[in-house]
Each structure stands twice: as C-alpha cells, then as structure tokens.
Write a protein that binds this ligand. Structure first.
Ligand code: 2P0
Length: 327
C-alpha cells in the first residue's frame, strides 16, 4: 500500500440505474458474467444509489440501513474478483427507489460499489475498465458507468469482453422515463436464474440471440437521427421479444401483472392518438414508459388513471457516477 492509498479513509460514489430499450437477456459466459446480447439503455438521472466504502475489521454491508446477508455474499464475492488484493470493507448503500423490484437497483448498486472501491483503493482504472468490472457483478451495471444513452456490445470473436459506447449525453436528446410502479415487492425469479432457465429451455432462445444485433443497430441509428418513432418501434419490439422468450421458458417466467397489461394498452392508445411514447418492462411487473418532455405531463396523467398503478416515478436522463474521496 502506498502513502497515497493510506490517505483515503472513505469513498462515496453516487450512480444512477438505467433501463434498457434494447434488452439484454442471456449469458455467453456465466463464470465471467458476460452477456450473450448487446443492449442499449437510458441512464435515469432522478434515481440514485449512494454507496460509502471504508476499510473495516470484516466485510459488512448495509442496504438502506439494514444488513442484507443475501446481497452481501454476492457483492463481496464479486469484489474479490474485481479487486483481488482488497482489504475487508465496510459498505453502506442507500437507494432512493425500490430495491430488487425491476427498477434496476443492481445496475446502480454494482456501478456505485465499483466506483467507490476504486476510489478508496486508488486503483485508477479507466471508466471503460470500471464498466467492464461492474458488468462482472451485474450485466446491466456496466451501462451505469456512463450517462445519457449508452450502447453495450457483447463479446465477439474480435473482443473477449464487453465494449461500452455513450451514444448521446443527457442534454443531446432529453428523453423522459416514467416508471409505472405496480408492485414494489422483490421479484419472484432473479435475472441470473431466469436467464439461465431461458437459455436452457426456451425453443425461441436461438432466434432471440440471432435477431438481436439488428435491433441494436436499428436503435443506434435512431439515436443518431434523434428519431423517436424509430426508437419507440425497436424498443417495443425488443421488449415483447424478450418477454416472449421469458414466457416460453420452462417453467414459464411471467413477470406481468394485470396492471402491466393495462399500462401497455394505455400507452398504445396514447400513441395511436399521436403522443410520442413507448413501453418496456424488465424482470418485474413495473412498466417503464419513454417519452419526450413536451408530452410527459399528459402521459403521466394517463398512466396514473390505469387500474393497479400505485405511483409514477419520473426521471430525465442522468450522467456518469460521481465519486467523493475523504482523506
Ligand atoms: C436489461 N435486465 O438489459 C435486462 C432486461 C432485466 C431485463 O439486465 O444476471 O441484474 O446480474 O447480469 O443486470 C437485469 O439483469 O443481470 C437486466 P445479471 P442484471 O436491463
């Protein structure tokens, strides 16, 4: 340990979750947690994970003030591989949105943890390297190392790791996201287990994988042209295709509740009346609606009317993680 390392006593990182418009579902390598598909996401500026890390007598984790041994085992095992010579760590993390309910808390959680530990240990990894490390903890976390609209490419013959590319800053194309919260409980089947079940049992899995590169390119092109209609079309296509491959797993992965269907239908109705809006869902019943700032108030009002919607969480796009070091 150098003198400089000893001077950092605590590091705090704040990271945002993200939602994928082109979806990741399936792993190429479970050991290294490498995705079998690329993805394209929006970083959500209004939602935060704040994680403070210090050296401790033994590893300990508090999530929203509570010990979480289930999460601690996964997090510390991950940190062992990302930072092989790390000391014991005391980690305190807070989310200002529901944890483990399909609002991407693992994305901001692993991103914030990697940035905070990198700061504490003065590892000085590049942002891109931190993203690759975070992806080893949770595939979606790699995208939370960047702000705005982010593309993740899966490993290929030429590259044996993921590659990240920010496609637009938050101010380049200020999209809005509304999460219609339907059930804040933890999800029934976690993403890692669900992805493996799909890979092993869905007859549609090969088609899902083979058709993915095109969706990623169509979405990238739509972002370059700021073409909301084209982005909305490929977003809903990727979302429905992912849930088709989930539902065709054995046993089926059905994350929907009746209110999820209600929101998706309400958004289709709004779009048919000319409003810019599209839906996506992850491994939980919440429906995330993407729109533009001029339409956001009308969309929020319409979503709040749907039976079973408990509340609407609104967010614009946010930036990359911010790290604060204390000596
Ligand atoms: C995504 N999801 O692209 C997809 C869509 C959920 C559905 O990435 O197994 O927690 O830790 O790599 O990142 C959520 O899964 O999965 C996710 P692991 P993660 O956002």
């Amino acid at each position: 340990m150098t003198d400089q390392e000893e001077q950092i006593s605590r590091a705090t990182a704040q990271a945002h979750p993200n939602i994928a418009l082109v979806k990741y579902w399936g792993k190429a390598d479970t050991g290294r947690n490498l995705p079998a598909t690329g993805s394209l996401s929006l970083t959500l500026g209004a939602l935060h994970t704040q994680t403070t890390v210090a050296r401790g007598a033994a590893d300990s984790l508090l999530v929203n003030g509570m010990p979480r041994p289930d999460m601690a085992a996964r997090l510390f095992r991950f940190l062992d591989s990302a930072f092989p010579d790390r000391p014991a760590l005391s980690i305190d993390t807070q989310n200002d949105f529901p944890t483990a309910a399909g609002l991407a808390s693992s994305a901001s959680g692993f991103a914030a943890a990697v940035c905070a530990v990198d700061g504490l240990l003065q590892s000085a990894h590049s942002q891109h390297r931190l993203a690759q490390l975070a992806g080893g903890g949770s595939g979606s976390a790699a995208r939370s190392l960047y702000g705005g609209i982010v593309r993740l490419d899966a490993p290929s013959v030429e590259n044996d790791d993921i590659r990240l590319q920010p496609l637009a800053d938050p101010s380049d194309w200020p999209l809005e996201v509304m999460a219609a919260v339907i059930d804040e409980g933890p999800k029934a089947v976690g993403s890692t287990e669900g992805m493996e079940r799909t890979r092993a049992t869905s007859p549609y899995y090969p088609v899902w994988i083979d058709s993915h590169a095109r969706d990623l390119d169509v979405a990238t092109d739509a972002v370059a042209k700021r073409d909301f209609a084209a982005l909305a079309e490929v977003t809903e296509h990727s979302f429905f295709k992912m849930h088709a491959v989930m539902m065709s797993s054995q046993p089926a992965l059905l994350y929907w509740l009746p209110a999820s269907v209600g929101v998706v239908r309400a958004v289709a109705d709004l779009r048919s009346r000319g409003l810019p809006a599209c839906c996506t869902m992850d491994a939980g019943p919440q429906v995330k609606v993407v729109t533009t700032p001029d339409a956001a108030a009308d969309i929020a009002d319409a979503l709040a009317e749907v039976d079973g919607v408990q509340r609407i969480i609104r967010s614009g796009l946010g930036g990359a993680p911010v790290v604060n070091l204390e000596r």
